[in-house]
Write a protein that binds this ligand. Structure first.
Ligand SMILES: O=c1ccn([C@@H]2O[C@H](COP(=O)(O)OP(=O)(O)O[C@H]3O[C@H](CO)[C@@H](O)[C@H](O)[C@H]3O)[C@@H](O)[C@H]2O)c(=O)[nH]1
Length: 354
């Protein structure tokens, strides 16, 4: 540590992901300022306090967590939307969230979001937060050349998209962690096939339990879709969403996918799985009104109806109009004088003052 300290006085601060909260102690030991990066949304941050509040009050039984009732003071969230993880117990999860929520001695907090999108939640956070808050999202718009992808992107899907008509393609991707089983894969496959819409589907290797990649696709499916479907292992998602042929996105509603879809003006089918995704899905469908949520078990008939509603029906077109509106607001936000643009400049000023 001492060596690191003496060696490099060029390091002005440590920016750390909120989950890696122990990095704050390292910064203190090195006598460096630190800044917290919260990579998910402000609505999610607020929903965490609901989870902690109800857990501590003893009102959160596992039955309570399935309830359709709205959480008092947390509209539009229902108890079932609270951000529980599938990867741990309520106890472990709330302990982690509690630790990640404290600012400790850090000098500032960064959110990957836009002011206009999450204003009410940001205002609440600002009230409680003792240090400056910087909303500089969507981050990928400020650093477009950096690919953070761990998997190789299959760019051949762009050539396939070039051959499709405007707004006709539904893009399907469940992010980098979601797992599904073989029967869900089959229902998704037949729902997409029966919708008669062209689709670009990312099936991440290892994401279907019990199968390496496409072995468990149902018999007859490939023949039935012909050239109307394109399946890849990993896509250049930001480029895909910005492509004129893409008119809808079936997503697990991870925060990055949510921001990317909003920024490119693409309405969504929301199929959240765990954690913040349920909060994001609720805001997409009930506040921003650019998404429709698939809530029940995935069944081919429901998938077919959801795809057609989003891609063809009037309701879908209205959602597309609202999504275009959010895209324009995002452009203003990242352009010169916009809130994220200004916030980023303020952050740079703070860092240079250290
Ligand atoms: O074929 C693909 C599929 C995805 N992506 C990219 O992968 C990222 C996926 O991120 P996200 O939508 O946030 O999903 P996860 O990878 O599942 O993210 C985890 O981290 C997020 C940020 O904290 C949380 O919001 C999610 O719930 C959590 O699952 C996005 O940038 C996509 O552009 C690709 O480039 N190609």
């Amino acid at each position: 540590m001492e060596q690191l300290k003496a060696q490099d006085e060029m390091i002005s601060c440590i920016i750390y992901d909120e989950i890696l909260y122990f990095a704050e102690s390292v910064a203190n030991r090195l006598e460096l300022p630190s800044i917290i990066l919260r990579p998910a949304g402000a609505n999610f941050f607020i929903s965490r306090s609901a989870l902690l509040q109800f857990k501590d009050g003893g009102n959160l039984s596992s039955k309570g967590l399935e309830s359709e009732d709205t959480v008092p003071n947390f509209h539009p969230l229902r108890f079932k939307d609270l951000p529980l993880s599938k990867f741990g117990s309520l106890e472990t999860m709330s302990q982690l969230l509690d630790n990640a929520s404290h600012t400790r001695s850090s000098s500032a907090v960064i959110f990957n979001t836009m002011d206009f999108l999450e204003q009410p939640s940001l205002a609440k956070i600002e009230q409680r937060c003792q240090v400056p808050l910087f909303c500089i999202g969507p981050l990928y718009k400020f650093a477009p050349a950096l690919s953070s992808s761990l998997l190789k992107e299959d760019i051949s899907c762009i050539t396939w998209l070039d051959k499709q008509t405007k707004n006709s393609v539904i893009y399907v991707s469940l992010g980098s962690l979601t797992l599904i089983d073989e029967s869900e894969l089959a229902e998704m496959a037949w729902g997409l096939a029966n919708s008669k819409q062209p689709f670009l589907w990312v099936v991440r290797p290892g994401s279907v339990c019990g199968s390496d990649w496409l072995e468990s696709l149902p018999e007859g499916f490939k023949e039935s879709i012909g050239e109307r479907g394109c399946i890849v292992k990993w896509a250049p998602q930001k480029e895909v969403l910005a492509h004129g042929s893409v008119g809808g996105f079936w997503s697990h509603c991870g925060w990055n996918s949510t921001l990317e879809s909003i920024s490119e003006g693409v309405p969504m089918i929301c199929r959240p799985n765990s954690g913040d995704q349920k909060v994001n899905a609720r805001y997409l469908s009930h506040v921003w009104k650019v998404g429709l949520e698939l809530e029940n078990e995935v069944q081919r008939g429901e998938v077919e109806r959801a795809v057609r509603r989003l891609m063809v029906d009037k309701k879908g077109m209205e959602m597309r109009d609202r999504a275009k509106d959010l895209k324009e607001k995002t452009e203003l936000c990242i352009g010169k004088g916009g809130s994220s643009y200004n916030s980023l400049n303020e952050l740079l000023k703070l860092i240079s003052s250290f």
